[in-house]
Design a protein around this ligand. Structure first.
Ligand code: C2G
Length: 162
């Protein structure tokens, strides 16, 4: 059965366990930062933002520019400006910044006063160099969905093989 045909009801759409809140000093807000392409914005992205916002007060999302994706060897279907608009439209997201090179993360953490950089588990260990500046948290990915799989599904559907 095609991915598209496996549409889920909202309640069961891959809900993931809630995270414990971060202890706070009075009046202090906690700030999380995450990075990604967010092409073909999907439930995996939403569930990541939702879990981050369960734990931190403010969520900043760095969205990869089209030029940076070329450096990463990726080509997004959806152009940068639209990906930014969709991420910003998600109620869990407070601010969007551009991700344009691998080396910007330390400066981002300091400039935005970030308490934690949070990524999906496919990036486990690859942000550890930031641990001198803030918490680094890797969360389990939402299984069964990815931009790459969605692209393959659309192609298969178009070619009538779904
Ligand atoms: N993600 C997830 N569950 C999925 C798919 C993605 O939790 N089913 C998470 C990824 O782990 C990542 C985020 O969603 O933390 C964005 O994923 P991509 O858009 O694929 O990001 P990527 O191109 O890997 O860019 O410098 C870091 C890069 O910008 C990350």
């Amino acid at each position: 059965m095609s991915l598209i045909a496996q549409a889920h009801t909202f309640e069961s759409t891959r809900a993931l366990p809630a995270l414990p809140a971060v202890p706070l000093a009075d009046g202090e807000i906690t700030i999380a930062l995450t990075y990604g392409t967010y092409d073909l914005f999907h439930i995996g992205h939403v569930r990541l933002f939702e879990r981050i916002k369960q734990r931190y007060d403010r969520l900043i999302v760095a969205v990869s520019t089209d030029e940076f994706n070329a450096i990463k060897g990726k080509k997004a279907v959806v152009p940068y400006a639209d990906r930014v608009a969709m991420v910003l439209a998600c109620r869990y997201v407070d601010e969007v910044i551009p991700e344009s090179d691998w080396g910007q993360k330390e400066a981002d953490v300091m400039v935005h006063g970030v308490d934690a950089v949070v990524m999906g588990s496919d990036w486990t260990g690859r942000f550890d160099e930031l641990k001198t500046l803030c918490d680094v948290v890797y969360l389990p990915r939402t299984e069964g969905v990815s931009s790459t799989e969605l692209k393959a599904e659309v192609v298969a559907t178009v070619r009538g093989r779904a």
